[in-house]
Design a binder for this molecule. Structure first.
Ligand code: NAD
Length: 502
């Protein structure tokens, strides 16, 4: 890495070497709070993507031949390297992405490190299965083997944690990887790859190529050399990936968009529900796939909840992400702010009432800031309730009874996270079964834990991450039928009429 007045200048990492590649210029990354350039990464091409896939394919057999505990040791060493640089990395993350340093950027780097911890443990837990055969002195083994070359496409909203989420299970399973981070936040990915390199990862096992998703990402998906495509990103991109991957029937892990409902029943502890709802909606300035994107409150407590909620949102401190005491930073880009702004304007035009925020904060001359916004009198069919906004905007709706709450919650093409607040265990359990979402948080917020399966239903995805189920998604099973009797034993083989099974 070189540094200039325009921040750090990066290269591509292919086959264990830092190379300029055939890159067609650079992609510039600006700090979303100050608009100053933080760094530049190569605008990679299809040729670079191909070279990276070739390097990954060449090194895959040797990597897979290394025992899983030895692969896990490299993850454990990487963990220590990242831990030693935690504060510096959190600062870079905050400057690149815009989330407050305390506690969010520090928290994301800690979460990233925990991925290396957790998956290092899988080195001794890559379990297959042995089942009895129909015949004597035979057995059936189901071996858990690597898939091959993984193409990992990551988003900008958790640019460190999402990289770890894909690299760690891939590597411990014996796969090699080509990583393409989001062009909006590529810099922190470089630091993770450098840590792996320093920890002794063999050449070509992880390759890093930056560039546009439609070009570099598309090549990684289409090229026959990749065997598994794992993407965390928008549902639109996920659909394109699914289509492109179909030509070679590739394995897929799709972690896509969300539109989480947050349901407050009439017996909920309202103060707790308000605090949780504020975090669940405004964490990372509303740019989290599990952010609550629509809040449903029982009609008997709607007014009380709304009053407290709007007050709490107005008290949030918008500011410099590096400063102590900042609750909310800027949005990641001008585009993201415009999208948020347009969603609010449309809802207001339809009749929504602005209860907090509702515009760009006039005090900020620079940066892509938008006020945390609460909208009342919203209706279920409106776009703001149906489409993912991914910004600090919270539409509120009321419901009459349990069935209506569940019906509203399920009325969505997305199915990732959901939340509910109630003190009635029966209501909680019935709702948890009735809400058709991959995860439900009861009387609490996220984020999700590594030992839980993070999975989107419907258009929120395919497969999942975390837990043994997620780890297994980065492996494939081979069934081995093994006869150790020294005799064929059966009568159906040529020539017919041989002895029956003994
Ligand atoms: P995005 O879809 O724009 O991009 C994600 C990644 O895919 C990027 O690296 C991008 O370059 C690449 N890409 C885009 N189009 C591609 C194509 N046609 N072929 C190959 N690669 C392509 O997403 P984003 O804007 O970076 O992230 C925000 C989205 O991610 C939101 O919708 C959010 O809900 C979702 N997300 C989901 C989860 C989850 O766990 N389900 C977690 C975080 C974010």
């Amino acid at each position: 890495m070189a540094t200039s007045q325009k921040g750090r200048v990066e290269k591509l990492f292919i086959g264990g070497k830092w190379v300029p590649g055939s890159a067609d210029g650079y992609i510039e990354r600006r700090n979303p709070a100050t608009e100053a350039v933080v760094g530049r990464v190569p605008r990679g091409t299809r040729e670079d993507a191909k070279a990276a896939l070739e390097a990954a394919a060449e090194s895959q057999d040797a990597w897979a031949a290394l025992p899983a505990p030895a692969r896990a040791k490299i993850l454990a060493r990487t963990r220590d390297i990242l831990e030693a640089r935690k504060d510096e990395l959190a600062r870079l993350l905050s400057q690149e992405q815009g989330k407050p340093l305390h506690p969010e950027a520090i928290g994301e780097i800690e979460g990233t490190i925990e991925h290396f911890d957790y998956f290092a443990g899988y080195g001794r837990r890559m379990e297959g299965t042995v089942v009895p055969s129909d015949y004597p002195d035979r057995t059936v083994l189901m071996l858990r083997l690597p898939v091959g070359v993984v193409a990992a496409l990551t988003p900008w909203n958790f640019p460190a944690a999402m990289v770890a989420r894909k690299l760690c299970p891939s590597l411990v399973a014996g796969n090699t990887v080509v990583l393409k981070p989001s062009s909006a936040t590529p810099l922190i990915a470089y630091e993770i790859v450098r840590a792996l390199e320093k920890a002794g990862l063999p050449r070509g096992v992880v390759n890093l190529v930056t560039g546009p998703g439609e070009e570099v990402g598309d090549e990684l998906v289409r090229n026959p050399l990749s065997n598994l495509i794992t993407i965390t990103g928008s549902t639109e991109a996920g659909k394109k990936v699914m289509e492109a991957a179909s030509a070679h029937v590739k394995r897929l892990v799709l972690e896509l968009g969300g539109k989480a409902p947050f349901i407050v029943f009439d017996d909920a502890d309202l103060d707790q529900a308000v605090r949780a709802a504020v975090f669940a909606r405004f964490w990372n300035a509303g740019q989290t796939c599990i952010n609550s994107e629509r809040t449903y409150v029982h009609e008997d407590v709607y007014e009380a909840f709304t009053r407290k909620y709007a007050q709490a949102v107005k008290a949030l401190r918008l500011g410099d992400p590096l400063a102590e005491g900042t609750d909310i930073g800027p949005l990641v880009s001008p585009d993201q702010r415009e999208k948020t702004e347009a969603a609010v304007q449309e809802a207001v035009h339809q009749g929504a009432k602005v209860l907090a925020g509702g515009s760009r904060p006039p005090a900020f001359k620079k940066g892509y800031y938008y006020e945390p916004t609460v909208l009342g009198d919203v209706e279920q069919g409106w776009d703001i309730v149906q489409d993912e906004v991914f910004g600090p905007v919270s539409p509120l709706l009321s419901f009459r009874d349990f069935d209506e709450a569940i019906r509203y919650a399920n009325d969505s093409r997305y199915g990732l996270a959901s939340y509910l607040f109630t003190r009635d265990a029966g209501v909680a359990m019935r709702a948890a079964h009735a809400i058709k979402f991959g995860e439900t948080y009861i009387n609490q917020t996220g984020p999700e834990l590594l030992q839980g399966y993070h999975t989107g239903w419907r258009e929120s995805g395919l497969g999942g991450e975390g837990s043994r189920y997620g780890a297994e998604g980065y492996t494939q099973i081979k069934t081995v039928y093994w006869n150790y009797s020294g005799d064929l034993q059966v009568d159906y083989l040529f020539p017919y009429g041989a002895e029956k099974v003994r």
